[in-house]
Each structure stands twice: as C-alpha cells, then as structure tokens.
Design a binder for this molecule. Sequence first.
Ligand code: PBG
Length: 331
Amino acid sequence: MNGQFPHTRLRRNRHDDFTRRLVAENRLHVDDLIWPLFVCEGHGVREAIPTMPGQVRVSPDRLAEHVAEAASLGVPALALFPVTPEGKRDANGSEALNPDNLMCRGARALKEAYPHMGLIGDVALDPYTSHGQDGLLGEGGCVLNDESVAILCQMAVLQAQAGFDVIAPSDMMDGRIGAIRTALDGAGLGTTRLMSYAAKYASAFYGPFRGAVGSGALLAGDKKTYQMDPANSGEALREVALDIAEGADMIMVKPGMPYLDVIARVHERFPVPLFAYQVSGEYAMLKAAMDKGWLDADKAMMESLLAFKRAGCNGILTYFAVEAARHLRKQ
Ligand code: PBG
C-alpha cells in the first residue's frame, strides 16, 4: 500500500476485452456439452414438451434428423431417455429387458446415422415401471436393492449391445456400479464406459423430466430411500469414493446449479472426470424467465454453464446443449 493507492489493483486485468480473455480461468467449449433427448413410440412423431420449451419427444425414425444440427455443431455426445407408454409398463419394468425397446431402437438409429457421436444410455427402471420407482418393489412398497441391481445389469448389457458407448446408471442402488462393470466385462463389453450418477439427490427439480417421460403421474410417494438427502454433502463424497472403487470411469452430480458446492468438493477430492446434470427443472426455470424477457437468454445460459466449469466439471448434461453450441460457434 502506498498511502491510499494500492499497487495491486485487480481492476487492471479487467480493463479491456483482450486482457479479460487472457486471464480467463475457465472457458466453455462445445466438447463440454452432452445433450439429453427423449425418444417416444410411433412414426413421424415430433411433439413439444410444454414444461421444457424447445425440447421435444421424437420417434426413432426421426431421431437422426433431430440430431443433425447437434452433430454438425460438434456436440460430442447424446444422452437418450425413453418415453414408455403406460401399456408397456408393469410392476417389474420388464420392457427394460426387451431388445427391441425404445432405447435399443433409438440407439441403433442414432449409431447408424452418427457412428462417431457418443451415446449415453440411462439405466434405471423408472421409465418402465407402473409405479414409477427406479427399482423393484418389495413388501410394504420398499425398493429392493440387490434384486433391482440384477435387472440393471441385464439392462446395461442389452443397451451396450444395442450401441450405447456409455452406460449411465441413474438409479442410486448400492453396489450397482461394480455389478454392472462385472456384467459388461462378462459379456465381452470391456470398452463400454460407466458414467455413474454417483451423487444424485432426491430433488424437486426433476419435475418436468418426469412429466416428459410419463413417470411423474405414476409415482406414488418419493425416492428418498435411495436418492440423496439435499441436506448432505459429505455423504456425496462417500458415494463418489465407492463408485470410483467399483470401477466408474466418470462421475456425475445431479442436479447441477443447486449443488455446485458438491461438485466443487468432489473436484477437490477426486481426480476423476466429473460431470454435472443441469436438470429439467433448472432448464424450465431459466427458460420461463428468458421467455418472459426477465433474463437475457444467451447471457444467462452461458453464465449458468460456465459456472459448472468453474466448479470443476469436465462437462455438462444440459438441455441447452444445442443452443450453447450455436452460441459458441458465433463467438
Ligand atoms: C431416472 C432419471 C431422472 C432424471 C434422469 N434420469 C428422474 C428421476 O430420478 O426421477 C432427471 C433428469 C432431469 O430432470 O432432467 N432415474
């Protein structure tokens, strides 16, 4: 300090655009983006999801066309979710093991059209169960762990055989990463990667997604006996440590924005590829304010995504993937 004039003035590096660009610590790149999308039954279907403006459900025959822009913009990977009609759901989620289910048909269509795009398959039973829970129900309605994991293992093998490069278990059963790794290796699928939804919270921010896939209205109760309590973050570190020990290649924290502290803690502790899922409710919340003109759409979108990079993520699953890739191309 020289009198009241400090030698170190942090504003100097903010003085103009070139300096700000030189000192920027984090940057969003198209390689950081994973686009979640919804596949539904039928032919020629492309229908809007009212609670997720800009996102649609498409039938397998229209997937390739739907993904064309993402592919040409260089979005590296897609995460596919099925909209299983009620008639195909049952208590055990048996449609999950149908080799011709929506996920498998979708994967085949996408891999044929874009063999070099990464394809991430969600593994959990909720899109297929009549009760909307992620696993099998036991007495008194409790979600059975090991019995559910046995089905998830078969599901993972089936999805990998259909063309998914990455299996992403989103069910939060104990021990499923190790069991699925063993099942994949046993089926000769040693290169299939595992992206674990390691710290997935029992969150209110999944509402629009559950509406989009049709499991919201079916869900009786909640998922608090397997998804994490929003009050906890030390427990997230234990979940992540277990999944790494069980063979996870990549780790995910979900939701994203309300859990940036968890992401930062995981990043500080574990040198593992780390991803955030900016979930449907976060997207809906931002979109609603953008559509009303209350937020500048591009600026709020890019700031929300950059926050994940700053917290320590390698990449982000986001419904903004295509819009963000478009914006990055313009810059
Ligand atoms: C299913 C699953 C959910 C999401 C991804 N996989 C919903 C849930 O756990 O109820 C939510 C994604 C989103 O909200 O965008 N296991």
